[in-house]
Write a protein that binds this ligand. Structure first.
Ligand SMILES: NC(=O)c1ccc[n+]([C@@H]2O[C@H](COP(=O)([O-])OP(=O)(O)OC[C@H]3O[C@@H](n4cnc5c(N)ncnc54)[C@H](OP(=O)(O)O)[C@@H]3O)[C@@H](O)[C@H]2O)c1
Length: 291
């Protein structure tokens, strides 16, 4: 929004199930205000049974575009007119752009995750091993990003192993140099796999309300000091998963840098304007949202 909304204001927003916990409306509206752009970013809480109608509504209401968040990143694809090539390969969409009634899906989570890892200049994932918890829309982006970075082996642990198998099937032929292995969440192999890994990522929703006191790792003693432990959740800033990892001496990172980087890319797709990472982080610090 500029200072005032007028007849030419373009609407952007976010569609998800728990958008009241999202930081995206604050971030995008701060960017809009600071740069006097004639946009307004709104939260749209949508039940799964209404997802198709909500997506059709983007066209009907001439909304410029939306972010798609938990748990619709995979489910939304069938309602779109087209999906950009890399998002199609990832099989998940977190950004929709409406071009004169044509809805195109993009995935900016991949670049968001990659850039957030690159912030730690000492950390290189090439030819190393990673453990991933979860196999939903966010996991697909994370696994894809790691494969693009030439990770050697990825071990995916998920409550529903079939979803993880699907990731393996979908991605393996694009990245023949890397190997993907799939396990059920309570697999005893977890000990070996975390023992040899350099990176452990939680992409499950264990850690956000109503599962705020849950973690996907059954035994915190499996963490070790040579790990980078990453939780895609940013609110709370330190989930139980991250607190336990920190307690074991591992380096930790939460989902905020990824949120900022993917948000910058989505904003650019809708508006043609690319805000600076630094200014976005300063906006977030000012409200102390994550304290
Ligand atoms: N920081 C960022 O920028 C960013 C970006 C994207 C996502 N995220 C966060 O990532 C998380 C996942 O999002 P998503 O879009 O991937 O959601 P999703 O597609 O619904 O996937 C959810 C994942 O969590 C697992 N899960 C849920 N409840 C569980 C339970 N009780 N026990 C074990 N596993 C459970 C699911 O396992 P099943 O397959 O067995 O159901 C699935 O693997 C959310 O917290 C989201 O906010 C953050």
């Amino acid at each position: 929004m500029k200072k005032e909304i007028d007849g030419k204001t373009e609407i952007i927003g976010i569609i998800g199930k728990n958008v009241e916990n999202s930081l995206s409306p604050f971030i995008h509206n701060q960017i809009i205000l600071k740069h006097s752009l004639n946009f307004c970013y709104l939260p749209f809480q949508v039940a799964e049974s209404n997802l198709d109608k909500a997506i059709q509504g983007i066209k009907a209401l001439n909304i410029r575009g939306v972010n798609i968040t938990f748990p619709y990143k995979v489910k939304v694809i069938k309602f779109l007119d087209e999906v950009e090539k890399s998002a199609q390969r990832v099989g998940a969409v977190n950004t929709i752009v409406n071009n004169k009634g044509m809805l195109t899906g993009y995935n900016t989570d991949v670049i968001g995750f990659k850039r957030s890892l690159q912030e730690d200049e000492e950390f290189v994932i090439k030819k190393k091993k990673a453990v991933i918890f979860g196999a939903g829309g966010a996991a697909r982006a994370v696994v894809y990003a790691l494969l693009e970075e030439e990770v050697e082996e990825i071990y995916i642990f998920n409550r529903t192993p079939e979803r993880a198998e699907k990731i393996k099937q979908d991605f393996s032929s694009f990245f023949p140099k890397s190997s993907i292995y799939v396990f059920p969440l309570e697999e005893e192999n977890l000990k070996d796999k975390i023992g040899s890994a350099h990176l452990v990522v939680n992409t499950t929703s264990l850690g956000i309300p109503p599962q705020i006191d849950k973690t996907p790792l059954p035994d915190e003693k499996l963490f070790h000091p040579d790990l980078l432990v990453y939780d895609l959740i940013y609110h709370p800033a330190k989930t139980l998963f991250l607190r336990q990892a920190e307690g074991a001496g591992a380096k930790i990172i939460n989902g905020l840098p990824m949120l900022v980087y993917q948000g910058i890319e989505s904003f650019y797709l809708w508006t043609g304007f690319k805000p600076e990472r630094k200014e976005v982080l300063e906006m977030i610090k000012r409200i102390n949202f994550l304290a």
